[in-house]
Design a protein around this ligand. Structure first.
Ligand SMILES: Cc1cc2nc3c(=O)[nH]c(=O)nc-3n(C[C@H](O)[C@H](O)[C@H](O)COP(=O)(O)OP(=O)(O)OC[C@H]3O[C@@H](n4cnc5c(N)ncnc54)[C@H](O)[C@@H]3O)c2cc1C
Length: 484
């Protein structure tokens, strides 16, 4: 089943079918070949100086890359959200993108995660100057990026963000080094930095908008080197130096931590959509292969063991979609909120941590299983499965690895008792007995010493995430396909 058919079978009355069909057709006609070229080209080079010896920091990307990355903006992956309050079709575009190229969804995601805080917290002047060009649909849309991580580590940014921001009339000057910068080369980035004199730890961080070029047209940030990655080659990732770079504070410095988490949570929703789509793609590829491959006198797909596995994976695919799409729907409801947040926002956070964690874990397993279904062919690049496995490995790490998602979900349970919100929200799709069972299970869990709660978290989060996905399936129209 292609990605649009999957979306149409589950979501009724919300999709801009014409635009999505056009986008999917573009992928099948042009996008897949371009994406393959980009993956094979590997790590892009930086052309640091022009012939006059001036620093220019240009990325040398494979031909066609700009067309590949811009097509989603042309269909409104950012502008729909900002101009029409339509997250559903933006994430539906993301589902289609990720089905064909999960790494390419990264630039679209970080652009959205830049546009949203700019829209919510930027002054009218900032929005006019920087947001307007992000909404273009003519193939020249400005892109965004989200740079938090520094060399000490990405999970504990409160300890390791050393970039400082010094106030200078109507803006700030930022100095520091960012260690993992996806969509490097983007016209804009949102960057975590500590205003001079702000407290230590995560509460002292603020969010700044950093354009690629200064007001006088010179480079505002510098690319130090590119990261040679196993996958996601459709997004260039590098290291960046900020040298008294012009930055604009978004919101207030005191609220910075909340803005940073809003950025990350928006990207985590996209990561879970990307993971669900990747699992779908891996299962579809396995099905295609197993229908064609004959072993012991009949197609692999007709062998009892294979049939059983396919049935399980299709069930899992539906659960992953339900989990990921539920986080999209919750985000649609809360994305415009500012602190102090409503209960609905805290419910969104819990579901998003569960979705990011579980969909990414399962995407890796789906790709590995699909490789096994392909037998020896699975490890050959011409079958495309090894690429899916490489891409999946990254989905589980960026935007916060699986440990962090489980522990952050635990924190929302501990501090906000979000399980009560979750269980109320699940009630229309679940039996009273199941709800009561989970209520008691979580309450008991939270009575343990804090260290035990962390140590044992794998006894709680995987079954909880799976249950939520399985239960929420009922909210979407499921078309069950017969196997064989
Ligand atoms: C391809 C790629 C692109 C990226 N692009 C960007 C980007 O554009 N912007 C950006 O800001 N970052 C980016 N990152 C960084 C990414 O967000 C981090 O890799 C991620 O947050 C994890 O941080 P870390 O790699 O420093 O691992 P660490 O923080 O060092 O963590 C190592 C491991 O320990 C686990 N861990 C952490 N805390 C605990 C705990 N309390 N208990 C148990 N386990 C724990 C983590 O889950 C992880 O598995 C990118 C990463 C990759 C791989």
């Amino acid at each position: 089943m292609n990605p649009l058919s999957c979306l149409e079978s589950k979501l009724v009355g919300v999709l801009d079918t014409q635009a999505l069909r056009e986008y999917q057709t573009w992928w099948e006609t042009w996008g897949c070949a371009l994406s393959d070229t980009v993956d094979r080209a590997g790590t892009p080079l930086i052309r640091m100086h022009n012939r006059w010896g001036e620093r220019v920091d240009e990325l040398i990307m494979p031909e066609g890359y700009s067309t590949l990355v811009q097509e989603s903006y042309r269909h409104g992956s950012v502008s729909r959200v900002i101009e029409q309050n339509d997250l559903l079709n933006s994430f539906a575009l993301g589902y289609i993108t990720s089905f064909y190229d999960p790494g390419l969804y990264c630039p679209h995601t970080v652009s959205l995660s830049t546009a949203v805080p700019l829209h919510k917290y930027g002054s009218p002047e900032l929005r006019e100057r920087f947001l307007t060009p992000m909404l273009l649909k003519d193939g020249d849309a400005w892109q965004g990026a989200t740079w938090m991580t520094e060399a000490g580590g990405g999970s504990d940014i409160g300890s390791y963000v050393r970039t400082v921001a010094v106030s200078c009339s109507d803006h700030y000057l930022l100095t520091g080094e960012k260690y993992f910068c996806s969509n490097v080369g983007a016209e804009l980035a949102v960057v975590a930095a500590r205003p001079m004199g702000a407290p230590e730890g995560i509460r002292g961080l603020a969010l700044f908008l950093v354009p690629r070029y200064r007001g006088d047209g010179s480079l505002n940030y510098f690319m130090r080197r590119m990261k040679e990655k196993i996958a996601t080659r459709s997004v260039p990732t590098g290291e960046v130096e900020l040298k008294e770079s012009e930055g604009y504070l978004l919101g207030s410095a005191e609220m910075g931590v909340y803005l940073i988490l809003e950025v990350l949570n928006c990207s985590r929703v996209a990561n879970s959509i990307g993971s669900a789509a990747l699992a779908h793609s891996a299962i579809s590829e396995a099905e295609r292969f197993a229908a064609k491959r004959i072993a012991f006198g009949k197609p692999l797909i007709s062998q009892p063991l294979m049939r059983a596995q396919f049935e399980r994976w299709k069930q899992t695919q539906d659960e992953l979609f339900a989990l990921a799409w539920s986080s999209v729907e919750l985000l649609q409801n809360v994305w415009q909120q500012k602190p102090p947040y409503s209960d609905q926002y805290h419910l969104f956070r819990l579901v998003t941590h569960l979705a990011k964690y579980w969909t990414a874990e399962k995407a890796v397993q789906a790709a590995k299983w699909s490789m096994e279904v392909h037998g020896g062919q699975g490890v050959l690049s011409e079958f495309g499965i090894e690429r899916l496995l490489r891409e999946a490995m990254i989905l589980a790490i960026w935007e916060g690895g699986s440990h962090r998602q489980m522990l952050d979900a635990l924190e929302v349970l501990q501090k906000r008792r979000t399980h009560e919100l979750l269980l109320d929200w699940m009630a229309p799709n679940s039996s009273q007995a199941e709800l009561q069972d989970w209520r008691e299970r979580i309450e008991q869990y939270l009575l343990q010493p804090l260290e035990d709660q962390e140590a044992q978290i794998e006894t709680l989060m995987p079954p909880l995430a799976q249950w939520v996905g399985k239960t929420l399936q009922g909210r979407y129209t499921i078309r069950t396909e017969s196997i064989a």
